[in-house]
Design a protein around this ligand. Structure first.
Ligand code: OOG
Ligand code: MG
Length: 254
């Protein structure tokens, strides 16, 4: 029997060495709840290296994303300060296994949010909204995984960039989203594809994280999940995301 701690250590080793690891064998598959226990252990290893949790990312909140990876349940993962990158800066390709970029919308919170909350309560907890880009980098070979696997792997989260902050009073229910590579649009979507409205991702974040005893705090960042498929990254690429009315952000891959 492989212990959960051993799985967390293997995934952490994959992050540190930027080399992929095998999926959980059929006979040892585990459910999402067990995956979250492994995820928490992996985050403890990062905390031990001085990293601080500064928010969460929601995953698989749109059909486009579910279809791309073949898992059809919403998941979440933790964001640490070490995962944050400077907007306009660069991403060092060799530090990752097979990174992909996806355009996102971020919420920055001004109030504590935990458990079952209404859409209105979630909206009141938002200090600002921002366009964002998440870098996902599954630690599993060939970017293939089961639900339990991806949850254990912090929902593939590897890094993220935040764009300019905008007022939480903006209507974000149906905003155009474009991910461009080298100035050419590659993925196009709408914020309505995120659970019908990105605020629903924040409601889900409050509910789902509470099940693991995690509380969203003032100042926390919450990524709502991508509305489009993610794009594999290669050195030399210039990546830009634009969210209608919110603005744009960019980085380059070196
Ligand atoms: C899982 C993470 C999904 C999103 O925005 O939907 C995600 C994956 O695609 O590897 O971050
Ligand atoms: Mg994402």
């Amino acid at each position: 029997m492989t212990t959960l701690a051993a799985i967390a250590e293997r995934l952490d080793g994959a992050i540190l060495s930027a080399t992929p690891t095998h999926q959980t064998p059929e006979a040892e598959q585990f459910d999402a709840a067990t995956g979250y226990a492994v995820q928490a252990m992996g985050i403890e290893l990062r905390r031990g290296r001085g990293e601080r949790v500064i928010g969460v990312k929601m995953g698989l909140t749109s059909r486009a994303k579910m279809a791309q990876v073949g898992v059809d349940e919403v998941t979440w993962g933790r964001l640490t300060d070490a995962m944050r990158r400077e907007e306009g800066g660069s991403l060092v390709r060799p530090n990752f296994i097979h990174p992909r970029a996806e355009p996102e919308i971020a919420f920055i919170l001004r109030r504590r949010l935990t458990g079952e909350v209404s859409l209105a309560e979630a909206a009141l907890a938002v200090e600002a909204v921002a366009p964002a880009i998440e870098i996902i980098d599954s630690r599993y070979e060939n970017f293939r995984f089961s639900l339990g696997d991806v949850v254990a792997d912090n929902s593939s989260s590897a890094a993220f960039f935040l764009g300019p902050y905008a007022s939480p009073d903006l209507d974000i229910g149906n905003l155009g989203i474009v991910l461009s590579i080298d100035g050419r649009p590659r993925e196009i979507g709408s914020s309505a594809a995120i659970l019908g409205h990105p605020l629903r991702a924040l409601v889900a974040a409050s509910r789902m994280t509470a099940r693991s005893g995690h509380v969203l705090e003032p100042g926390d960042i919450v990524l709502a999940g991508a509305a489009t498929a993610a794009v594999p990254l290669q050195p030399g690429m210039q990546v830009e995301a634009e969210v209608q009315s919110l603005g744009r952000l960019a980085f380059s891959v070196v």
